[in-house]
Design a protein around this ligand. Sequence first.
Ligand code: CO
Length: 671
Amino acid sequence: MSDHTQVKMTTMNYDKDRPKAENPVKIEDLTFRDGHQSLFATRGRTEDMIPVAEMMDEVGFWAMETWGGATFDTMHRFLNEDPWERIRTLKRYVKKTPFSMLLRAQNLVGYRNYADDLARAFVERTAENGMDIFRTFDALNDYRNFETVVPVIKECGKHFQGCICYTMTEPRLGGEVYNLDYYVNKAKDLEAMGADSICVKDMAGLIAPYDAYAIIKALKETVKAPIHLHSHFTSGMSPMSHLKAIEAGVDIIDTCMTPYAYRTSHAAIEPLVMTLLGTNRDTGFDIRLMAQINEILERDVMPKYMHLLDSSKASIVDINVLLHQTPGGMLSNLVNQLREMDALDKIGEVYKELPRVRKELGQIPLVTPTSQIVGIQTVNNVLFDDENERYKMITAQVKDLCYGLYGKTAIPIDSEVQKKALKGYPRGEEPITCRPAEVLEPELEKAKEEIGDLAVDMDDTVLYAIYPVTGKKFLKWKYGKEEVPDEVKPKTLEQAKAEQELVRKALAGKLVEKGGKEAPEKGESLRTFNVFVDDEYFEIGVEEVGGTPLVSYVQQMQAQMPAQAAAAPIAMPAAPAAPKPAEKPAPKPAAAPAPKAADVDGTPLAAPMPGMIVKYEKKVGDAVNEGETIVVLEAMKMENALPSPASGTVKAINFDSGDSVAKGDVLCVVG
Ligand code: CO
């Protein structure tokens, strides 16, 4: 045992007033951001954080992560919550503990590099709304992408935490690119930029305990700023890595409250508190207080989220991460995408193609958004390439990466892939070498003009600028210009329980039509639930009458699932033999069938994958050449420019920007 962690006390107790350790390990709690992002598809609602917020403030965390990453996207898109409001609301309950956010540097909280004016406005508004610590990372570890946001963070008097994304190409630390020197040099760069603390960000849980020891020790010897370790549990190694990092002198560790811990999330805090109890690195936390918080979470909050937990596996450790070194979120995205395209049998090929694509794209770290970029391109290659041609369908983001729009890759991009990707690329076929945002036109004024009166303040404008399609939709809900759809509304604990009961009954085949009785009128309190059973999708209307849920109707929906649901399907326990409750007389379809090509002559362009229409590049009547981009489809957050299948005139356009489409839907017809 290292002398850093010797037990100093002879009598140990849990009491909060136990003697303070010489050098307590500081803890950042991730429950309200990375915790629910990792386990519950970022669906955590502010109202479900409030019941424990004040108690969490009493624990003594160094910081609480409350924002950033996918929260901004998910909140306005799926939860009908204003992301800015979450910071302000939680601040009313959490008065002592600083708030931390995850900032994707020039990517802000989106998936591409934004122009400098928007980046500055975003950081200013975030600081103004109450954010304290800006954990900043760049997916390529290209710190030129920090140059715009860092001075604004500093001007606002806030804490700049610089991240080094941990990634590797070998089974353990080492190799030609991501070796110990790489991390030490990155830390020096961050210190030179004025980092108030430095975080090793291990998003896939890849850092092995002895490598964590080596890196933390080397960083402590090299730089003065406090060192922070963020290591996901995914591979199962993180509790051991935490302990070795603590022995090497790490200053801050990231954990979650138990109900939000483990699997692809983070290790729980409680075992660490007990592990360090009575040592010179004792956290000083009150384990009883944490038990109380967990009790409230388990009783009042978790029932609303359990259906989102991937319960298809008994194991909480993902062995694939150890084998393929890819982040957990990325793997589940790949699996979801393949499943939607009926190609789950290709997962083996995807695993094989992935390291090849990654290397061809410059051996980049795999973290949002690069994990999606590499992942989706890999899936595209596996599904659409043939023996004569690779990279047949290149996503817009891969083209941007090849152009240099994300920054400098760890090794040069394969020149053939780069040339192919940049053929006809609108910014030019010659890649750039400067700081990416230097080639970006200011975009804030344009966004202001586009959104007009729908944006009431700068927060609205910034939201729209980062998420034009879904942001606009959200602002319409926010200001009562469009009805808020049921699926984005919150549900109460009672509703969650009633829904679970229904699911249980449906699986047991106990949902049957009432014989001989006339159905009662649908009342005002009728709520509809979408229930997914394997590939089938039912809409269930539920009305509470005298406290007992009454099934008003069960209706089998078209096999197509909306892209939103597809991004995080309501997980149903696998029950292959479950009777299908809706094998009853055919009800009328609730949704209009997707437009088909039948009534228009010409060559149809069918959606190669489910997704959301970003925009059409052409209108009806426009001339178009074969291969020219006709529509941009967003799938798994990547934009795919779909080429026209023929030369001619656009005869029909069947959807609008913002519409969700299923695989095979005819997007337009060219004749
Ligand atoms: Co994380």
